[in-house]
Ligand binder design. Structure first.
Ligand SMILES: *[C@@H]1O[C@H](CO)[C@@H](O)[C@H](O)[C@H]1NC(C)=O
Ligand SMILES: *[C@@H]1O[C@H](CO)[C@@H](O)[C@H](O)[C@H]1NC(C)=O
Ligand SMILES: *[C@@H]1O[C@H](CO)[C@@H](O)[C@H](O)[C@H]1NC(C)=O
Length: 830
């Protein structure tokens, strides 16, 4: 078993597509080895011959593929890079009589894609002996036949080819015949018998000798046949062909029945002896299948389908026999001409699909092989793909094309391509075929979420319910699946010194922003938060948008009267000179409203006056003016009850009393004197003083108690109660002050009702009370150190004290502030 590598042709082909240099390592390697090798025999080291890295073969899925629909005859050993025989190869079965038996296989490697042709040249082994079709060849020869006459002998067949086919004939030595060896068009040998010495039937009726065919193998093999010559006693002529060789060309695919040629032989004899019949000499099976011979007239016609791609020429031997059995022969050579009857065949060898959308121009996507079985121009193929797609078709090697990226890909614009490859040959008429390749584009996270608006603004009414939706942001991301899934969050920042999460929360899936607390317009009118959107790719892409929250005013503040002092101090009185004319300004009620707009648009009205019609008040200015001139009869003391009302819905109001004394001289003011002269007034004043003194005493006592309690508590500084007092007021909703007074939270702060629980990515916090959220960290720690029972007990006690003291203070001041009112009423009534 001798294995030799005849040639290794390596192409390190560099394709220069203008700017980008792409190196490809396509190469051919060819091996010659004899047929009949055992499977597993090593043919050669293909990895070494192609310069491939043996270690990478496994990873690159090196494999041998057969071209087209052929069988796979060899394999690659991925560990050693050796090419091994996959199954026994019988050259005769594979290639028949073809002078060379070449099988093309392909070595395919992936990552990057590489394709090499492996050409296997199967060498013949002399495993067949020459063989004649019959054991005996009978020939009849007239005794009158002259010296030099030639008789065709049947050809010996040897399935082997070349040197291993029949090379030599030898004739057993005899007195009459010599041997003439001839060559066929295909190189095969046949023999003719040449008459050297005339025959004489009277001397010898039969001549018998042996013909041996020998092949050229080492060692040679042979086969033999007995030739039996019968000498005829007649005096006639053998048929003579008009040409010894007929040459004709026939287009392939000629229809059955087409007459190829008519051979004719003439015989000088008359009657039965001159009647010539024709027959095919020894022919191959193939010829027998394709051609028929009319024995009577020598017409050769097409019998089967003639394919140039199978056979390009035929040689037929025609025997002409006359009535007395005399024979002669001629050769007919039929050349088949090619017709463009095969459309190009497009074979997709590999395809990288799906292709990532960020594939750079020049990236190889697939390899396509185009074959045309015709010859010459009919075989020249041009390939193209449709226009307007970002791909190009590049001829790589012989009939291999590579499909390459030629432009920008964007899955968000075109998610897949149907690439149609058209191959046309140069025949006339040309034939073409096409193939459509489906290529899908894979997503890459190349788009950040984009908010639908550049800026969002939300308008919220103050005193809103915590948990109510404020606004919804939406961002879109055109990427695929998780690369396009948007998750929202709030950018951690401070609003008025408190973390943004104590104001707003966002549902990560839906982008709905909720208020966490109740807002107070009087505390702040607007704030801004940054909302982030990111996708779920890795790494994720982000974008952000500003949400401005505007808090809208509600009429939740009553007007506040600055002048006259609302606690109704009767000592604050206005002097009205007696000389004042009608229309002159007397005084002015000054009030403010913490709300804004209509809610703070104040109007002033006199509810009650000592003397109706003496004074008027400007509805919006609050200016009190004289309505008429003063007269002597007018009461010296004039009191006005003024109500200040805002324009909200519903409107809120406040009331004050304006004390006026009509006098030019402060000394004349008889106020207190008047009061003490009045019997009932004196009595009332007395009661009031008693009440005032007792309440004040009561109050002072409680102040002392509170001081005492607080002093005791200071010695236990870890207590929660202290912490609660230190809560910064900006953290708290308006009602929060309650916590000091009663020690319990208002029912408004029970948030369970509006939580968006169950949301996967929501950062909405489950707020149970403001305590947890807003207490400073150290306070929370203190709380955990204090036993609950201690804490509750003490808190209750201190709260009770606190409540009592508070109500005392309240009562005290209420009482004080009512004294002038009561006095006024009393006086009025009097
Ligand atoms: C490609 O062909 C497939 C199936 O034939 C079809 O579903 C798809 O829409 C086509 N794509 C394009 C971009 O034409
Ligand atoms: C998302 O993008 C990455 C690259 O950025 C890619 O590897 C991944 O396959 C993409 N995911 C999907 C579902 O397409
Ligand atoms: C918000 O987006 C801008 C521009 O896209 C970027 O410069 C900035 O860093 C982003 N801010 C945050 C907090 O991510």
């Amino acid at each position: 078993m001798r294995v030799k590598c005849i040639s290794v042709v390596g192409f390190g082909l560099s394709f220069c597509s203008f700017v980008i240099l792409v190196h490809r390592t396509f190469g051919d390697v060819s091996y010659s080895f004899p047929e009949e090798m055992k499977s597993g025999s090593v043919v050669g080291n293909v990895a070494k011959d192609l310069g491939l890295d043996v270690k990478a073969l496994f990873a690159r899925k090196a494999r041998v593929d057969a071209e087209g629909k052929r069988k796979r005859y060899c394999n690659i050993n991925q560990n050693t890079g050796e090419l091994i025989v996959a199954e026994r190869i019988d050259r005769e079965a594979l290639c028949g009589k073809k002078p060379s038996c070449v099988i093309t296989q392909e070595l395919v490697l992936e990552n990057p894609l590489e394709l090499h042709k492996v050409i296997l040249n199967i060498e013949d082994v002399n495993d067949n002996s020459p063989r004649f079709e019959t054991d005996v060849i009978g020939i009849e020869i007239a005794e009158s036949t002259s010296k030099g006459a030639i008789f065709l002998l049947d050809e010996a067949v040897d399935a082997d080819i070349g040197k291993n086919s029949v090379q030599l004939y030898s004739l057993q030595t005899n007195a009459h015949f010599a041997l003439n060896i001839q060559s066929n068009m295909d190189g095969g040998k046949y023999s003719e018998l040449v008459l050297q010495k005339e025959l004489d039937r009277e001397k010898q009726q039969k001549v018998t000798f042996v013909l041996t065919a020998i092949d050229g193998g080492t060692p040679p093999r042979s086969g033999s046949v007995v030739i039996d010559v019968t000498v005829l006693d007649a005096n006639d002529n053998a048929p003579v062909f008009s040409q010894s060789v007929y040459k004709v060309s026939l287009p392939e695919n000629s229809p059955v029945g087409t007459v190829v040629i008519t051979v004719s032989a003439s015989d000088a004899d008359e009657g039965q002896n001159g009647k010539v019949t024709y027959a095919l000499g020894h022919v191959s099976e193939r010829v027998d299948e394709l051609f028929s011979l009319d024995g009577d007239n020598g017409k050769i016609a097409v019998k089967g389908s003639i394919d140039f791609e199978e056979d390009t020429s035929f040689e037929l031997k025609i025997l002409a026999t006359d009535g007395s059995g005399l024979k002669s022969y001629c050769k007919v050579v039929i050349d088949i001409t090619d017709v463009n009857d095969n459309a190009p065949v497009i074979v997709l060898k590999s395809l990288k699909s799906p292709l990532p959308e960020n594939a750079q121009p020049g990236t190889q996507v697939g390899i396509i092989n185009v074959q045309d079985r015709d010859s010459e121009n009919n075989q020249q193929v041009h390939c193209s793909i449709q226009q307007n797609i970002p791909f190009q078709f590049v001829l790589s090697i012989k009939n291999y094309y590579s499909l390459e990226v030629a432009g920008e890909l964007d899955r968000e614009v075109v998610p897949d391509y149907n690439i149609t490859i058209t191959a046309t040959d140069e025949g006339s008429p040309p034939l073409s075929s096409s193939k459509t390749i489906y290529l899908s584009i894979a997503d890459v996270n190349d788009n950040a979420p984009a908010f639908q608006e550049h800026i969002y603004s939300a308008h919220v009414k103050e005193n809103n319910k915590p948990g109510s939706a404020v606004c919804t942001v939406a961002a879109t991301d055109p990427d695929w699946r998780q690369n396009g899934t948007v998750v929202y969050s709030l950018f951690p920042s401070d609003v008025n010194g408190a973390p943004v999460t104590s104001f707003l929360s966002i549902n990560g899936d839906t982008g709905v922003i909720h208020a966490v607390r109740s807002f107070d317009y009087e505390q702040f009118k607007s704030f801004k938060v940054l909302v982030l959107a990111r996708d779920n790719g890795s790494p994720p892409l982000r974008s952000n948008v500003t949400v401005s929250v505007f808090i809208m005013d509600e009429n939740d503040n009553s007007p506040q009267i600055l002048y006259p002092s609302p606690d109704g101090n009767s000592f604050m009185t206005e002097m009205v000179p007696k000389t004042l004319q009608a229309g002159s300004l007397v005084s002015k009620v000054i009030a403010v409203d913490a709300d804004c707009g209509q809610n703070a648009w104040l109007s002033y009205h006199i509810l009650k006056a000592t003397d109706q019609g003496l004074f008027t008040i400007g509805v919006h200015s609050g200016e009190i003016k004289m309505q008429r001139d003063l007269s002597e009869s007018d009461n010296m003391k004039q009191n006005l009850v003024v109500s200040v009302r805002d324009n909200g819905q519903p409107s809120l109001s406040a009331t004050c009393i304006m004390y006026l004394i009509i006098s030019d001289n402060l000394a004349e003011v008889p106020e207190l004197k008047d009061m003490s002269h009045d019997e009932s007034n004196t009595r009332l004043t007395f009661y009031l003083v008693v009440a005032l003194v007792s309440v004040s005493t009561f109050f002072l006592v409680f102040i002392i108690i509170i001081m005492a309690v607080r002093f005791c508590r200071k010695r236990k500084p870890r207590l929660m109660f202290d912490g609660a007092v230190t809560i910064p007021s900006t953290y708290l909703p308006p009602n929060y002050a309650d916590v000091e007074g009663t020690g319990t939270l208002h029912s408004n702060f029970n948030y369970d009702a509006y939580l968006t629980a169950g949301s996967r990515t929501s950062d909405f916090k489950f707020v149970t009370s403001y305590n947890e959220e807003t207490l400073p960290a150290d306070v929370t720690m203190n709380k955990s150190q204090t036993p609950i029972s201690d804490f509750v007990g003490l808190r209750n006690a201190t709260n009770d004290v606190q409540r009592l003291s508070d109500s005392a203070v309240f009562t005290h001041f209420t009482f004080l502030s009512y004294i002038p009112v009561l006095a006024f009423r009393h006086k009025d009534a009097g």
